[in-house]
Design a protein around this ligand. Structure first.
Ligand code: KG4
Ligand code: ZN
Length: 342
């Protein structure tokens, strides 16, 4: 085949992801996560994540190569996330990618993690159209982007000013005495609850915030409000209605995410919305996004969850697009950039 075989390495957070693609065809996507090691800390510990990547990379590369049914020597280009993400974790992946590229004498592409999430959609085998608005929500980021062209025109419309959406789920789970990671636990607990039981604040969603068409997010006020509510219920000897708190909290997060994403679609005249990141696993988020988007005439795309959470295939997919567009490879001089802009 004429399209290049690309191996992608993703280590920006707690997932060691190795993906192999040929053009837009997915050949393998192996992920090993250090999530269990972070559980007792209630969140990702950077040092622990970096060490776990170091141990996981070699076997993960071998597994991805085997699964793709190729030989490592067949790889035409190596791609790696250079940011944004945890600096130490990124450095481990970058080191491995450089070694691999030098060893194989193949070009190396340093790519942006957030743009990688958008590129994941190309691996579904379906026709993808731009422009699209993209909402990326995970434990590490909450970003709203306007994608006019994947390789040359991705604009950041807004991002979280404090906690990421997934991080908010994890912190609230902790307050409610639920285990880590909190997202799936809250989803489960919320199933029997009333989402309108408690009206929790919607951060940066006043009329003046919305009128400015700035799309930043804030979840710290919401977190404080939930913590205070639980404290007061405890203090007054009431049984905390975990299901109602979980459902009401989830509703507040989902409401803000979907409202801002669809407002961005309307404001920019873009009838498409792509969802990505691990929080997309949230059932209520998918449900509300699909229902409200249908009302607004916006088509929603949700790649399979294995492509939504952090993975190496999306990094390889983005490099494929860069190669197809004639982009020159990176030199070996780049390092980790924990705040790399899109
Ligand atoms: O993309 P991802 O797998 O990786 C990192 O961010 O590292 O996202 C993980 C995050 C965690 O914060 C987790 O609590 C959240 O996604 N998450 C969810 C759900 N499943 C996972 N949040 C809300 N609802 C869920 N069902
Ligand atoms: Zn991510």
């Amino acid at each position: 085949a004429s399209e290049p075989l690309v191996l992608g390495i993703e280590t920006s957070c707690d997932e060691t992801g190795i993906g192999i693609v040929r053009g837009r065809t997915l050949l393998s996507n192996t992920i090993s996560s250090s999530m269990d090691e972070h559980a007792r800390f209630g969140g990702v510990v950077p040092e622990v994540a970096a060490r776990a990547h170091l141990e996981a990379l070699q076997p993960a590369i071998a597994a991805a190569v085997a699964e793709a049914g190729i030989a490592l020597a067949d790889v035409d280009a190596v791609a790696v996330t250079s940011g944004p993400g945890l600096a130490g974790a990124l450095m481990v992946g970058i080191g491995a990618a450089k070694a691999l590229a030098v060893g194989l004498d193949k070009p190396l592409y340093a790519v942006n993690h957030l743009v990688g999430h958008i590129a994941a959609d190309l691996l579904t085998g379906e026709d993808v159209e731009y422009p699209t608005v993209a909402l990326l929500v995970s434990g590490g980021h909450t970003s709203l982007l306007l994608v006019r062209d994947l390789v040359s025109d991705v604009e950041l419309l807004g991002e979280t000013l404090d906690d990421a959406a997934g991080e908010a789920f994890d912190k609230i789970a902790r307050i409610l005495g639920l285990p880590y990671p909190g997202g799936p636990e809250i989803d489960r607990a919320a199933a029997g609850g009333d989402p309108s039981a408690i009206r929790f604040p919607r951060g940066l969603s006043r009329a003046s915030d919305m009128a400015a068409h700035r799309y930043d997010f804030s979840f710290s006020g919401l977190k404080t409000a939930v913590a205070r509510w639980v404290e007061q219920a405890d203090a007054s000897g009431q049984q905390v209605a975990v299901a109602d708190v979980a459902a009401s909290f989830r509703e507040a997060v989902v409401d803000v995410l979907v409202t801002k994403a669809l407002d961005a679609c309307a404001h920019h005249g873009v009838p498409r919305l792509l969802l990505g990141g691990g929080v997309i696993a949230n059932r209520r988020l998918r449900e509300v996004a699909l229902a409200r988007a249908a009302e607004a005439g916006v088509a929603v795309r949700i790649p399979p969850l294995s492509l939504c959470t952090d993975n190496g295939a999306m990094i390889a997919a983005l490099a494929s697009e860069l190669i197809a567009s004639g982009r020159q490879p990176s030199t070996l001089a780049f390092g980790a950039d924990s705040t790399l802009p899109v």
